[in-house]
Design a protein around this ligand. Sequence first.
Ligand SMILES: *Cc1c(COP(=O)(O)O)cnc(C)c1O
Length: 383
Amino acid sequence: MEIPFHKPYITDEEITGVVNAIRSGWLTMGPRTIEFENRFAGYVESEHAVSMNSCTACLHLALRAIGLREGDEVIVPAMTFTATSEVISYFNARPVFADVETGTSNIDLNRLERHFTEKTKAIIPVHFGGQPCDMDEILDMARAHGAHVIEDAAHALPAWYRYRKVGSLGDITCFSFYATKTLCTGEGGMAVTDNGQWAEAMRVLRLHGISRDAWKRYAKNGTWRYEVIAAGCKYNMTDVQAALGLAQLAKLEWMWQARREIADRYDEAFGGMEELITPFVKPDRQSAWHLYSLKLNLETLQIGRDRFIDELSKRGIGASVHFIPLYRHPYYRNKYGCGLHEYPASEWVFGRIISLPIYPGMMEEEVSGVIEVVTHLARKFKR
Ligand SMILES: *Cc1c(COP(=O)(O)O)cnc(C)c1O
């Protein structure tokens, strides 16, 4: 049995939508992109949604919107993808890594306060695997220090925190529509905010800094006149991507239910095994279940995480690791000289985590297959 780590869930609706977009003759940003933004804003209960060609682009322009400057500091969790942090480097500002909780892999409130300084301009919490961070406390702490909260919600669509949707919580929230994410357009992202000025700034900056609605200049009633008001970027989404996004958005909650059922099956199967530690979700929130991040109880096993993944792979099961902590990568290590001992929880988590396949369209037999193999390996290599 071959079970890939991920397969996007694409059906006739996406294909028809994309074909119609191409047939319309309008291939770049246009009416479908605007409709996708409007529907998306409505879905996550935010005032404004600004689409871009990636979540990384959204994070970059969110930081430009809040006015990040050279020499500023931005707090990010150590346990994240480099995108969360690299955008800070674009400004010659400094990413400050915070340790995470061992249970959720989210930023640890108890170790957060110490990282705020006079220079802290923002914090970028990452909703690891789709589980929202402790947003009320993070927002309070950030406000007390005059810092903004930009959420990296690349995993968290849809997700709920105290009955509110992720997208309606922080100052600016950035989603990813990368091929493996819970809503995919191949590449793509969306920044949402209730702040009209920030939304407007991001809209202008995503398309060369050209004054608003410049994309309309090729439409029938458009005009050739435009004004450049900033040094912007080429970050806009296209109508072909938006067509995929619209079809995916229509079945977002169904896809979420499908992932949740798989998570429940894994929890049930692995919950009672002492060799394995199932993901911990706090009671006042709902995860998007972008990832099912299982941990190995190394003290009861003869093999480590790397070998466990090799054994899974030998048996046809795709697995992955989210994430290699940022301070372990040469770029950050060389630039900021951060040591492993500063992040005991991230190190603990990193040595144990395995992301298992979890996606709508995974067959019943495939879920059972993963359970069977993981259980078998845990028993076989029991200490
Ligand atoms: C995927 C991912 C991103 C980047 O998303 P792109 O759309 O590929 O730019 C950012 N942060 C995290 C945590 C991610 O997993």
